[in-house]
Design a protein around this ligand. Structure first.
Ligand code: SAH
Ligand code: SF4
Length: 349
């Protein structure tokens, strides 16, 4: 059995040709699956009977089984999926301020091994990587949900759900190729953003592979000692190494990099911390997103008070670092950043 959604068009063409079907059929099938969101071979009207049977017999068309949808008061919707081996992951659909436009926040691993001190996903470790098909299917299922409910348009895709994208690089790459393929979903590269903690060698590779896809880096402190306390991965890839790789990335892509900075009360939210961040940022073309840390049951950090976040932002404004405060959404259904967790979902499902 092939998983359809991990094949790019040329791989599908090869399989078809090897089995004596015409190469151009792959265009038609891709069009059905990724433009019309039709996966039942029987409904693919322009394909010959022999090919319909071949598709039915040899391809797994879906990789995610919907277990639960939770809608938040603010319009954010959390989808819990079961994978074919029984593992579970989540995708979050977030409405944009402009009506009828949405962002899908994708997961890339079942859990995460990096154990950042503020993050629910990291609490149970990483069970396994998602396959490219499981990543692509999140976009497919969400697109279908939006279409069926007449909600509008999927505008943006962000890799900011469960797991570290650059520790599942091959499947990330494959999924981006498929999501980006001509005619698929109509989501351009420029509307896709991948968030990483800064896996240095992969930052360069990503710049070479995808110079149009956005990159966000979770920094959270401009001070190595503090950052290591928050993110153990900083001991392997520290701020200096990340900065060097981001400079190379910028040479390759000329794309402004998003810096994510979690605001944690009385830990990284003082003017001293703002100064450290500005020092680190110096001579890079970046945009800073300040994110109030969401509370996580079992972890003891607290979000910075609004006033402190504003003060921090004002400091960045004063020294001309582009910055915005990102409002959190989906908190009431624990769909907000860093609140996606396996265990709890299994217990509640
Ligand atoms: N592993 C990648 C991508 C997934 S996490 C990364 O860490 O970048 C996506 C974003 O959610 C990251 O910026 C992460 O720092 C943030 N996040 C994690 N826990 C959070 C919390 N408790 N409150 C707010 N944001 C959080
Ligand atoms: Fe993993 Fe990202 Fe959570 Fe850190 S913040 S534990 S890297 S998912």
């Amino acid at each position: 059995m092939y998983s359809f959604k991990e094949l790019n068009k040329s791989e599908l063409t090869d399989i078809l040709v090897d089995n004596s079907f015409s190469a151009f059929r792959s265009d038609q099938i891709f069009n059905w699956v990724y433009n019309n969101l039709v996966i039942e071979p029987d409904l693919m009207k322009n394909l010959p009977g022999g090919l319909l049977k071949f598709l039915t017999d040899n391809f797994l068309m879906e990789n995610l089984n919907l277990i639960k949808i939770k809608a938040s008061n603010d319009g954010t919707t959390k989808f819990l999926w079961e994978l074919t081996d029984g593992e579970r992951v989540e995708t979050v659909l977030i409405p944009q301020s402009k009506e009828e436009k949405y962002t899908a926040c994708l997961s890339v691993q079942v859990g995460c091994d990096l154990g950042c001190s503020f993050c629910a996903t990291g609490m149970d470790g990483c069970k396994r990587n998602l396959t490219a098909a499981e990543i692509v299917d999140q976009v497919w299922q969400i697109s279908k949900y939006i279409a069926e409910n007449n909600l509008g348009e999927l505008r943006n895709v962000v890799f900011m759900g469960m797991g570290e994208p650059f520790l599942n690089y091959d499947n990330l790459k494959k999924s981006l190729e498929i999501i980006n393929s001509e005619g698929a979903f109509q989501i351009g590269s420029r509307r896709i953003t991948v968030s990483t903690v800064g896996i240095v060698p992969k930052i360069r590779e990503f710049g070479r592979d995808f110079d149009q896809v956005g990159l966000a880096v979770s920094i959270h402190s401009g001070d190595n000692e503090k950052r290591s306390k928050l993110m153990p991965v900083n001991k392997k890839y520290d701020l200096n190494a990340i900065k060097a790789s981001l400079k190379d990335y910028y040479k390759l892509t000329s794309r402004r990099i998003t810096i994510e900075y979690l605001m944690i009360a009385d830990f990284n939210d003082s003017i001293y911390d703002a100064k450290k961040l500005v020092e680190w940022i110096e001579d890079m073309n970046v945009f800073v997103n300040l994110i109030p840390a969401n509370p996580v049951a079992g972890l003891d950090h607290k979000p910075s008070p609004k006033q402190r976040i504003n003060k921090f932002k004002n400091y960045l404004d004063k020294v001309n670092v582009p910055v915005q405060i990102r409002t959190s959404m989906g908190e009431d259904v624990t769909a907000a950043c860093g609140q996606l967790r396996l265990k709890e979902e299994e217990a509640n499902a």
